[in-house]
Design a protein around this ligand. Structure first.
Ligand SMILES: Nc1ncnc2c1ncn2[C@@H]1O[C@H](COP(=O)(O)OP(=O)(O)OP(=O)(O)O)[C@@H](O)[C@H]1O
Ligand SMILES: [Mg+2]
Length: 512
């Protein structure tokens, strides 16, 4: 007979670490930095705090494959009693709500802890000073993989010296390849600075210290926690929501209005009539088959309002442009933030920037910089929706001739990014997202076309000018001779005409 047993979530990810991006020492180091930095950014900007983040990477002097990563932030901190579970239990966190954050799964940092303890047998060290608390908590812990619970080796709670201080510091030692991961990690941080130009990021490596200083103090409006949209429900969601109803007299109509996004009294009434449900039915009396019918009708009803984008926090055209300018240093950039849209009840916003020239190196195809909920995506570009959309565009329509110094920045923000895996590297080609991306890219590309046209004209004018200048001495000499005028006077006059005529044309090209 076969032997049967269960597997704890920690055991599952211990066995399948590759699916979360921990596939080799270089990638694992990259992923560790990423998970820690993303948690730090969530803990700051999501709560209206200008991020100050410090990343330190150091190598064991006796073994350069043993890498210590430390990330410190000025975020909200973590309630001290929550620290063990947050770092020591797979699928535990504060982000299982309807709100745009980098984190979604409640898994990221635990993968880093698991990988560290698997490869170096080292626990994680956490120090956190939560806001609105007088205390600081310090923990040294690892994950009890069998049970999926934290195993605390040491802990200490002490009073804050300064009650206003808040933030978290996390330190891990793993087997990693700094030499191989360096480039990617640097690129990741550079791109993080692009999409979060309001963050200051200090990055200390074994070789140097680089500071990405914030280029603006403008923080986008933080996202708010929202509710499910009726288009996105299934039976399980309904079961959970109805279970949470306290008042047993709550009617179906009240339930819809109170528990969902985009449902007012009028729409609730219209829907219930359309779906054939009695609005005064008590929610607590609904049976499983009623929930099933309700879920199915809710998904197919077309009269709901679209989800409001209060749960989202795009960075906006101005900040995106600023971020692109300071990191890519192009000579042209156009940013487009699309109005909110939705798929399957999930709100989303697409932002795009098209950058050209300047310090962007010419390449055979457009360079794509992908972002999802302000996270740079560096791997699996080939299967991402952005690649698909960019490839389907005929860039010659926009006067781009390859090799060209062209970069396309795409940012999708949503309460539910359709990632293709838990490593969060590629976005699936959901038709609604694809459509919005295409509209945004084309809009920006049209501006690029007029920029290129202007530059071409400018180039022509300059060519003309240089030709005229080349023949000017000869012309001046000939006319001076024939008309018996002073050559210097003639030259000055010609120069004046040249500057006036061509200068006017040049200015016309510069002004949009
Ligand atoms: N630096 C930090 N500051 C404040 N809270 C943090 C920090 N790091 C982690 N947390 C808390 O720990 C929880 C778990 O983090 P973890 O990275 O495992 O999951 P997540 O960020 O929720 O989702 P994901 O798996 O997508 O990263 C977070 O939800 C957050 O509440
Ligand atoms: Mg996380």
């Amino acid at each position: 007979m076969e032997k049967y047993r269960g597997l704890s979530p920690a055991q599952f990810f211990h066995r399948n670490k590759e699916i979360a991006g921990f596939s080799n020492p270089a990638r694992a180091l990259y992923q560790t930095v990423r998970e820690l930095v993303e948690n730090s950014l969530d803990a700051t900007e999501t709560h209206g705090i200008l991020p100050d983040i410090r990343i330190e990477i150091s190598l064991d002097p006796n073994n350069s494959e043993r890498v210590t990563v430390k990330v410190t932030d000025n975020g909200t901190g973590i309630p001290i009693h929550e620290i063990p579970n947050v770092f020591g239990r797979v699928f535990y966190g504060s982000k299982y709500v309807v709100r745009q954050t980098r984190g979604v799964f409640g898994l990221g940092v635990k993968m880093a802890v698991l990988y560290a303890q698997m490869t170096t047998a080292q626990p994680i060290y956490v120090k956190s000073a939560p806001v609105n608390s007088e205390f600081i908590g310090e923990y040294l812990l690892y994950i009890d993989v069998d049970k999926n619970i934290p195993h605390i080796l040491r802990m200490r709670i002490r009073k804050k010296d300064n009650p206003k201080v808040h933030g978290t510091s996390v330190r891990l030692t793993l087997e990693g390849s700094w030499v191989q991961a360096k480039k990617r990690i640097e690129e990741y941080i550079k791109r993080t600075a692009l999409i979060a130009p309001y963050a200051t990021i200090r990055f200390k490596t074994p070789e140097e210290e680089v500071v990405f200083k914030r280029v603006t103090k403008k923080l986008p409006e933080p996202p708010k926690i929202g509710q499910y949209h009726p288009k996105g429900v299934d039976v399980e969601v309904l079961k959970e929501l109805t279970k949470n109803i306290q008042d047993s007299n709550t009617t179906l109509r009240e339930f819809l209005v109170k528990s969902f996004e985009g449902v007012g009294e009028k729409i609730a009434q219209e829907f219930l009539q359309w779906a054939g449900f009695d609005p005064s039915l008590r929610v607590k009396e609904l049976r499983l088959q009623d929930l099933e019918a309700l879920a199915s009708k809710m998904r197919s009803f077309e009269g709901w309002r679209r989800p409001r984008p209060i749960t989202l926090s795009p960075i906006g055209e101005e900040l995106l442009k600023e971020g692109v300018r300071s990191t890519l240093k192009p000579s042209f950039v156009k940013a487009v933030t699309r109005p909110p849209s939705s798929y399957g009840g999930h709100p989303f916003i697409v932002e795009v920037a098209v950058a050209y020239g300047g310090e962007i190196p010419p390449q055979d195809q457009p360079m794509i910089l992908r972002f999802a909920n302000k996270m740079p995506l560096l791997y699996d570009e080939g299967v991402d929706v952005s690649r698909k959309v960019v490839d389907e565009i005929d860039w010659s329509v926009y006067k781009v001739k390859f090799p060209a110094p062209l970069a396309v920045v795409t940012h999708v923000c949503s309460t539910k990014i359709p990632f293709k895996g838990v490593g969060k590297e590629a976005i699936a080609d959901v038709p609604e997202i694809e459509h919005e991306l295409e509209i945004a890219i084309r809009e920006a590309a049209r501006k690029l076309r007029s920029y290129i046209t202007r530059m071409e004209k400018l180039h022509e004018i300059q060519k003309k000018e240089s030709t005229i200048r080349r023949y000017m001495p000869e012309v001046v000499a000939a006319i001076a001779e024939v008309a018996s005028v002073e050559p210097t006077l003639l030259e000055r006059k010609l120069e004046e005409i040249l500057l006036k005529e061509l200068g006017k044309k040049k200015v016309e090209q510069y002004v949009e």
